[in-house]
Design a protein around this ligand. Structure first.
Ligand SMILES: C[S@@+](CC[C@H](N)C(=O)[O-])C[C@H]1O[C@@H](n2cnc3c(N)ncnc32)[C@H](O)[C@@H]1O
Length: 274
Protein backbone atom coordinates (compact mmCIF):
# COMPACT_ATOMS: atom_id res chain seq x y z
CA UNK A 1 0.00 0.00 0.00
CA UNK A 2 1.57 3.33 -1.03
CA UNK A 3 1.33 6.53 1.01
CA UNK A 4 -1.58 8.03 -0.96
CA UNK A 5 -3.62 4.82 -0.76
CA UNK A 6 -2.89 4.44 2.97
CA UNK A 7 -3.93 8.07 3.55
CA UNK A 8 -7.13 7.70 1.52
CA UNK A 9 -7.99 4.44 3.30
CA UNK A 10 -8.05 6.25 6.62
CA UNK A 11 -10.32 9.06 5.41
CA UNK A 12 -14.15 9.34 5.36
CA UNK A 13 -15.88 8.26 2.12
CA UNK A 14 -16.88 11.82 1.17
CA UNK A 15 -13.36 13.22 1.02
CA UNK A 16 -11.57 14.34 -2.14
CA UNK A 17 -8.79 11.72 -1.85
CA UNK A 18 -11.23 8.83 -1.41
CA UNK A 19 -13.55 9.96 -4.19
CA UNK A 20 -10.66 10.45 -6.60
CA UNK A 21 -9.33 6.97 -5.90
CA UNK A 22 -12.76 5.40 -6.31
CA UNK A 23 -13.49 7.37 -9.49
CA UNK A 24 -10.20 6.21 -11.03
CA UNK A 25 -11.04 2.57 -10.29
CA UNK A 26 -14.66 2.83 -11.44
CA UNK A 27 -13.85 4.61 -14.71
CA UNK A 28 -10.97 2.32 -15.60
CA UNK A 29 -12.98 0.11 -17.96
CA UNK A 30 -14.55 2.89 -20.00
CA UNK A 31 -11.87 5.56 -20.05
CA UNK A 32 -8.27 5.84 -21.23
CA UNK A 33 -7.68 8.57 -18.65
CA UNK A 34 -9.72 7.52 -15.60
CA UNK A 35 -7.76 9.56 -13.05
CA UNK A 36 -7.99 12.75 -15.15
CA UNK A 37 -11.69 12.28 -15.74
CA UNK A 38 -12.35 11.68 -12.05
CA UNK A 39 -10.54 14.94 -11.33
CA UNK A 40 -12.59 16.72 -14.00
CA UNK A 41 -15.86 15.53 -12.50
CA UNK A 42 -14.84 16.45 -8.99
CA UNK A 43 -13.62 19.91 -10.03
CA UNK A 44 -16.96 20.46 -11.75
CA UNK A 45 -18.94 19.51 -8.65
CA UNK A 46 -16.74 21.65 -6.42
CA UNK A 47 -16.85 24.52 -8.94
CA UNK A 48 -13.09 24.76 -9.00
CA UNK A 49 -10.62 24.97 -11.86
CA UNK A 50 -7.26 23.71 -10.59
CA UNK A 51 -6.31 20.07 -10.23
CA UNK A 52 -3.55 21.25 -7.90
CA UNK A 53 -6.27 22.28 -5.42
CA UNK A 54 -7.64 18.72 -5.36
CA UNK A 55 -4.19 17.25 -4.81
CA UNK A 56 -3.51 19.65 -1.96
CA UNK A 57 -6.90 19.10 -0.28
CA UNK A 58 -7.31 15.33 -0.13
CA UNK A 59 -9.01 15.61 3.24
CA UNK A 60 -11.63 18.13 2.10
CA UNK A 61 -15.12 16.74 2.67
CA UNK A 62 -17.90 17.19 0.11
CA UNK A 63 -21.32 18.24 1.38
CA UNK A 64 -24.07 15.62 1.13
CA UNK A 65 -25.46 17.49 -1.90
CA UNK A 66 -22.09 17.64 -3.67
CA UNK A 67 -21.47 13.98 -2.92
CA UNK A 68 -24.84 13.06 -4.38
CA UNK A 69 -24.24 15.21 -7.48
CA UNK A 70 -20.84 13.59 -7.97
CA UNK A 71 -22.43 10.16 -7.83
CA UNK A 72 -25.08 11.13 -10.41
CA UNK A 73 -22.39 12.42 -12.80
CA UNK A 74 -20.21 9.36 -12.23
CA UNK A 75 -23.11 7.09 -13.12
CA UNK A 76 -23.74 9.02 -16.32
CA UNK A 77 -20.08 8.79 -17.28
CA UNK A 78 -20.04 5.07 -16.54
CA UNK A 79 -22.73 4.54 -19.20
CA UNK A 80 -20.14 5.77 -21.72
CA UNK A 81 -21.60 9.27 -22.05
CA UNK A 82 -18.65 11.56 -22.88
CA UNK A 83 -17.25 13.68 -20.04
CA UNK A 84 -18.03 16.86 -22.01
CA UNK A 85 -21.77 16.15 -22.00
CA UNK A 86 -21.70 15.06 -18.38
CA UNK A 87 -20.15 18.32 -17.21
CA UNK A 88 -21.87 20.41 -19.93
CA UNK A 89 -18.82 22.17 -21.30
CA UNK A 90 -15.56 21.58 -23.16
CA UNK A 91 -12.42 23.56 -23.83
CA UNK A 92 -11.58 24.64 -27.37
CA UNK A 93 -8.60 26.87 -28.19
CA UNK A 94 -8.36 27.87 -24.54
CA UNK A 95 -12.02 28.88 -24.13
CA UNK A 96 -14.83 26.96 -22.48
CA UNK A 97 -17.83 26.15 -24.66
CA UNK A 98 -21.19 24.98 -23.41
CA UNK A 99 -22.06 21.65 -25.02
CA UNK A 100 -25.07 19.36 -24.88
CA UNK A 101 -26.28 16.45 -26.93
CA UNK A 102 -27.53 18.76 -29.69
CA UNK A 103 -23.97 19.60 -30.67
CA UNK A 104 -20.72 17.88 -31.51
CA UNK A 105 -18.03 18.06 -28.83
CA UNK A 106 -15.30 20.33 -30.28
CA UNK A 107 -12.28 18.31 -31.40
CA UNK A 108 -8.54 19.07 -31.16
CA UNK A 109 -8.29 18.59 -34.97
CA UNK A 110 -10.61 21.59 -35.39
CA UNK A 111 -8.10 23.73 -33.50
CA UNK A 112 -5.82 23.13 -36.52
CA UNK A 113 -8.58 24.55 -38.72
CA UNK A 114 -8.52 27.73 -36.63
CA UNK A 115 -4.70 27.95 -36.87
CA UNK A 116 -4.78 27.45 -40.66
CA UNK A 117 -7.47 30.10 -41.06
CA UNK A 118 -5.59 32.67 -39.01
CA UNK A 119 -2.41 31.92 -40.95
CA UNK A 120 -4.29 32.31 -44.24
CA UNK A 121 -5.85 35.63 -43.21
CA UNK A 122 -2.59 36.92 -41.83
CA UNK A 123 -0.82 36.12 -45.11
CA UNK A 124 -3.51 37.46 -47.43
CA UNK A 125 -4.11 40.96 -46.14
CA UNK A 126 -5.48 43.39 -47.08
CA UNK A 127 -9.09 42.22 -47.00
CA UNK A 128 -11.98 43.98 -48.57
CA UNK A 129 -14.38 45.41 -46.05
CA UNK A 130 -16.67 44.20 -44.79
CA UNK A 131 -14.96 40.82 -45.01
CA UNK A 132 -17.47 38.03 -44.36
CA UNK A 133 -16.51 34.64 -42.96
CA UNK A 134 -19.13 31.87 -42.92
CA UNK A 135 -18.97 28.93 -40.51
CA UNK A 136 -21.20 26.31 -42.16
CA UNK A 137 -22.50 23.72 -39.69
CA UNK A 138 -21.49 25.73 -36.66
CA UNK A 139 -22.69 23.30 -33.96
CA UNK A 140 -21.47 24.68 -30.63
CA UNK A 141 -20.24 27.77 -32.48
CA UNK A 142 -16.66 26.94 -31.58
CA UNK A 143 -15.26 27.96 -34.99
CA UNK A 144 -17.12 31.24 -35.50
CA UNK A 145 -16.79 32.29 -31.87
CA UNK A 146 -13.08 31.48 -31.67
CA UNK A 147 -12.34 33.27 -34.94
CA UNK A 148 -14.35 36.30 -33.86
CA UNK A 149 -12.43 36.43 -30.56
CA UNK A 150 -9.01 35.72 -32.01
CA UNK A 151 -9.27 37.93 -35.10
CA UNK A 152 -10.48 40.84 -33.01
CA UNK A 153 -7.38 40.37 -30.89
CA UNK A 154 -4.91 39.82 -33.74
CA UNK A 155 -6.24 41.97 -36.56
CA UNK A 156 -8.58 44.47 -35.01
CA UNK A 157 -6.39 47.47 -35.45
CA UNK A 158 -6.16 46.92 -39.18
CA UNK A 159 -9.51 45.33 -39.97
CA UNK A 160 -12.26 46.00 -37.52
CA UNK A 161 -14.87 45.33 -40.15
CA UNK A 162 -14.92 41.56 -40.14
CA UNK A 163 -18.34 39.92 -40.05
CA UNK A 164 -19.32 36.35 -39.34
CA UNK A 165 -22.25 34.18 -40.39
CA UNK A 166 -22.84 30.90 -38.55
CA UNK A 167 -25.30 28.44 -40.04
CA UNK A 168 -26.66 25.06 -39.03
CA UNK A 169 -29.57 22.89 -40.06
CA UNK A 170 -30.25 22.28 -36.37
CA UNK A 171 -32.07 25.08 -34.56
CA UNK A 172 -31.14 23.51 -31.23
CA UNK A 173 -27.45 23.64 -32.19
CA UNK A 174 -27.75 27.30 -33.15
CA UNK A 175 -29.20 28.06 -29.70
CA UNK A 176 -26.07 26.55 -28.15
CA UNK A 177 -23.85 28.52 -30.54
CA UNK A 178 -25.62 31.78 -29.62
CA UNK A 179 -25.16 31.03 -25.94
CA UNK A 180 -21.44 30.52 -26.52
CA UNK A 181 -21.14 33.70 -28.58
CA UNK A 182 -22.74 35.65 -25.73
CA UNK A 183 -20.50 33.91 -23.20
CA UNK A 184 -17.42 35.09 -25.09
CA UNK A 185 -18.71 38.57 -25.90
CA UNK A 186 -19.07 38.22 -29.69
CA UNK A 187 -22.83 37.82 -30.12
CA UNK A 188 -23.08 41.11 -32.02
CA UNK A 189 -20.44 40.11 -34.56
CA UNK A 190 -22.07 36.85 -35.66
CA UNK A 191 -25.28 36.42 -37.61
CA UNK A 192 -26.89 33.04 -36.92
CA UNK A 193 -29.01 31.49 -39.67
CA UNK A 194 -30.78 28.14 -39.67
CA UNK A 195 -30.75 26.26 -42.97
CA UNK A 196 -29.38 23.56 -45.23
CA UNK A 197 -25.66 23.93 -46.03
CA UNK A 198 -25.11 26.94 -48.34
CA UNK A 199 -28.78 27.89 -48.77
CA UNK A 200 -28.71 30.49 -45.94
CA UNK A 201 -25.76 32.19 -47.68
CA UNK A 202 -27.44 32.74 -51.03
CA UNK A 203 -28.28 36.34 -50.25
CA UNK A 204 -24.89 37.07 -48.67
CA UNK A 205 -21.56 38.09 -50.06
CA UNK A 206 -19.22 35.56 -48.43
CA UNK A 207 -15.45 35.89 -48.74
CA UNK A 208 -14.36 32.77 -46.89
CA UNK A 209 -16.06 29.59 -45.72
CA UNK A 210 -14.49 27.95 -42.67
CA UNK A 211 -16.22 24.70 -41.90
CA UNK A 212 -16.03 21.37 -40.16
CA UNK A 213 -18.92 19.62 -41.90
CA UNK A 214 -20.12 16.11 -41.00
CA UNK A 215 -17.49 13.79 -42.50
CA UNK A 216 -17.63 10.39 -40.84
CA UNK A 217 -18.09 7.68 -43.51
CA UNK A 218 -21.33 5.74 -43.02
CA UNK A 219 -19.55 2.40 -42.54
CA UNK A 220 -17.46 3.84 -39.71
CA UNK A 221 -20.53 5.29 -38.05
CA UNK A 222 -22.20 1.90 -38.05
CA UNK A 223 -19.32 0.55 -35.92
CA UNK A 224 -19.97 3.10 -33.19
CA UNK A 225 -20.65 1.48 -29.81
CA UNK A 226 -18.84 -1.67 -30.91
CA UNK A 227 -15.38 -0.21 -30.26
CA UNK A 228 -14.34 1.36 -26.96
CA UNK A 229 -12.47 4.22 -28.65
CA UNK A 230 -15.49 5.35 -30.67
CA UNK A 231 -18.26 4.52 -28.19
CA UNK A 232 -18.67 8.19 -27.21
CA UNK A 233 -19.76 8.99 -30.79
CA UNK A 234 -23.00 7.14 -30.10
CA UNK A 235 -24.00 10.00 -27.78
CA UNK A 236 -23.29 12.72 -30.34
CA UNK A 237 -25.89 13.86 -32.89
CA UNK A 238 -25.79 11.61 -35.97
CA UNK A 239 -26.58 14.75 -37.96
CA UNK A 240 -23.22 16.18 -36.92
CA UNK A 241 -21.25 13.12 -37.97
CA UNK A 242 -22.80 11.40 -40.96
CA UNK A 243 -20.93 12.45 -44.09
CA UNK A 244 -22.51 9.87 -46.41
CA UNK A 245 -20.93 6.80 -47.97
CA UNK A 246 -17.38 8.12 -48.25
CA UNK A 247 -17.74 10.94 -45.71
CA UNK A 248 -17.44 13.58 -48.43
CA UNK A 249 -21.05 14.48 -49.15
CA UNK A 250 -20.92 17.92 -47.47
CA UNK A 251 -17.27 18.54 -48.25
CA UNK A 252 -18.16 18.28 -51.97
CA UNK A 253 -21.04 20.75 -51.62
CA UNK A 254 -18.62 23.32 -50.17
CA UNK A 255 -16.01 22.57 -52.84
CA UNK A 256 -18.56 23.19 -55.60
CA UNK A 257 -19.60 26.55 -54.16
CA UNK A 258 -16.68 28.31 -55.83
CA UNK A 259 -16.07 30.31 -52.63
CA UNK A 260 -12.64 30.26 -51.03
CA UNK A 261 -12.86 27.70 -48.23
CA UNK A 262 -10.78 26.13 -45.48
CA UNK A 263 -12.41 22.94 -44.30
CA UNK A 264 -11.86 19.97 -42.08
CA UNK A 265 -12.42 16.74 -43.95
CA UNK A 266 -12.24 12.96 -43.56
CA UNK A 267 -9.72 11.91 -40.91
CA UNK A 268 -9.46 15.45 -39.51
CA UNK A 269 -7.38 16.66 -42.48
CA UNK A 270 -7.49 20.40 -43.15
CA UNK A 271 -8.02 21.30 -46.81
CA UNK A 272 -7.76 24.71 -48.46
CA UNK A 273 -9.96 25.15 -51.52
CA UNK A 274 -10.00 27.82 -54.19
C1 LIG B 1 -19.06 17.95 -37.51
S1 LIG B 1 -20.28 19.02 -36.80
C2 LIG B 1 -19.28 20.45 -36.55
C3 LIG B 1 -19.75 21.32 -35.45
C4 LIG B 1 -18.77 22.45 -35.10
N1 LIG B 1 -18.57 23.32 -36.24
C5 LIG B 1 -17.45 21.89 -34.64
O1 LIG B 1 -16.48 22.00 -35.39
O2 LIG B 1 -17.37 21.35 -33.53
C6 LIG B 1 -21.26 19.41 -38.21
C7 LIG B 1 -22.43 20.35 -37.98
O3 LIG B 1 -23.14 20.46 -39.23
C8 LIG B 1 -24.51 20.48 -38.99
N2 LIG B 1 -25.20 19.99 -40.18
C9 LIG B 1 -25.47 18.71 -40.56
N3 LIG B 1 -26.11 18.68 -41.74
C10 LIG B 1 -26.23 19.97 -42.13
C11 LIG B 1 -26.81 20.59 -43.28
N4 LIG B 1 -27.36 19.87 -44.26
N5 LIG B 1 -26.77 21.92 -43.36
C12 LIG B 1 -26.20 22.67 -42.37
N6 LIG B 1 -25.65 22.15 -41.27
C13 LIG B 1 -25.67 20.81 -41.14
C14 LIG B 1 -24.72 19.61 -37.78
O4 LIG B 1 -25.93 19.95 -37.11
C15 LIG B 1 -23.46 19.91 -36.96
O5 LIG B 1 -23.70 20.94 -36.05
Amino acid sequence: MNEATRTAAALPSNTVAVLLREARDRLNDISDAPALEGEGLLLHVLNRAETSWLLAHGEHELTARQHEQFEVLMKRRMTGEPLAYVIGEWEFCGRKFMVNRDVLIPRPSTENLIDKTIQYLDKNRPFRTPYVIADVGTGSGCIAVTLACELARILNHEFGNMNFVATDISRAALDVAKHNAARHGVLDQIEFIVGDMLAPLEMQQVDLIVSNPPYVPAAELSLVNKKKESAGLGFEPKLALDGGLDGKRYVEVIKQSGTKAIIETVGGEIEEIG
